[in-house]
Design a protein around this ligand. Structure first.
Ligand code: CUA
Length: 370
């Protein structure tokens, strides 16, 4: 009876172990597939790191097999036998020739790998040169990415539009203490299929080159733990044909339309600017309405052409009417571990149904295609 119970417990444990291994392996393999895959480069600046990863992985695999093979061979060949007399094997401690060999071989391997590695690091950061380089400033906030196009005076967030076959030079930093006291943390910008990975550091400027060969959507995320909502900080790149990019620039350079008086949308705009004693949207976000006004960075994402983006809130939610409403109604459940935990991010403004209707209606007008 007891044996049976033990056997059952044992087989349950085995089942659990096997399930654990299968789940873990699937998770690891899932990381290698799909759109966030450094092993599937889609441009020259991602090709560089890829061409380094592959040979280094091969060298590491050869070293691994050799070392493990020797260990397994020694364990079997020199195991304790029945007729063992208990004497020690020949000791090699202090054998100068052996010690030089196993010091020099790894040193040479590492030195050889270092040459293309250091070269690659500079290729990722150095100005690619040429007239067609697109400059984009990337600013890491808790928890979203801000993009500024200095040549066009365009602000956007989370989703970066770029033309194909054009080197993009990212000039990056993290929001510093001057702009927001709680923001001074390190983030990391990483679009695995388009570029290497680079940190965004408050008070410092880092550089990263990026390029897409084909139009498409390239996914990425903040790759440096930056606080409790770090996991909700994604990045997207929309690569488009140069002509489509010109259209995008034109749309983004046009001020937002002001809704007609007397409409629900106009009520929403009013609430956007004045929430009756509560913190108004306009205190953190900008909607650029007049060509004469300067565009400026806000504490939160620029909303001028909100609907030109496919996602919002750190690119974690699809830009749908329902999601926007849920977001305004209960931002803390839509993006956990932000405002309610540390006062950073989108606050719960305690909006009434009528206020939600009007604000969502207004946000939906912020569409350059309409
Ligand atoms: Cu930003 Cu992690």
């Amino acid at each position: 009876m007891r044996e049976t119970r033990q056997t059952r417990a044992g087989s349950r444990r085995r089942t659990r172990t096997v399930t654990g291994i299968v789940v873990l392996a699937s998770l690891l393999l899932a990381a290698c597939s799909g759109e966030q895959n450094a092993l599937d480069p889609a441009g020259p600046f991602a090709q560089g790191p890829h061409d380094l990863i592959v040979p280094v992985a091969i060298i590491a695999a050869v070293v691994f097999v050799l070392v493990q093979g020797l260990i397994i061979y020694s364990v079997i060949r020199f195991r304790t036998r029945k007729d063992d007399d208990g004497s020690l094997p020949v000791q090699v401690h202090g054998n100068t020739r052996l010690e030089i060999v196993w010091t020099v071989i790894p040193a040479v391997i590492l030195a050889v790998i270092a040459v293309p590695t250091v070269q690659g690091i500079f290729e990722q950061m150095d100005d690619p040169g040429g007239d067609d380089v697109l400059a984009v400033e990337v600013i890491g906030h808790r928890w979203w990415f801000e993009y500024y196009y200095p040549d066009y005076d365009i602000y956007t967030a989370n989703e970066m539009a770029i033309p194909t076959d054009t080197p993009v030079r990212l000039e990056m930093t993290a929001a510093d203490l001057a702009r927001s006291p709680e923001q001074g943390v390190v983030h990391s910008f990483w679009i695995p299929r388009l570029a290497g990975k680079q940190d965004l550091v408050p008070g410092q400027t880092t550089f990263l080159n990026m390029q897409a060969d084909e139009p498409g959507r390239y996914l990425g995320q903040c790759a440096e733990y930056c606080g409790l909502s770090h996991v909700n900080m994604r990045a997207r790149v929309e690569a488009m044909e140069p002509a489509d990019f010109d259209t995008w620039v034109e749309q983004q350079s046009t001020p937002a339309e002001v809704p007609e008086d007397g409409t629900l949308e106009a009520d929403g705009r009013e609430l956007y600017n004045d929430l009756d004693g509560r913190q108004a949207c306009a205190s953190c976000h900008q909607v650029w309405e007049d060509e004469g006004d300067a565009r400026a960075a806000g504490q939160g994402p620029d909303l001028t052409h909100l609907l030109s983006r496919e996602e919002f809130a750190g690119a974690i939610h699809d830009m749908t009417e329902e999601n926007l409403r849920d977001w305004l109604e209960d931002p803390n459940s839509m993006k956990p571990m932000q405002y309610e935990v540390n006062g950073i991010g989108m606050p719960d403004l305690d909006l009434s149904e009528e206020e939600l209707d009007a604000l969502v209606a207004y946000l939906l007008t912020l569409d350059p295609e309409s």
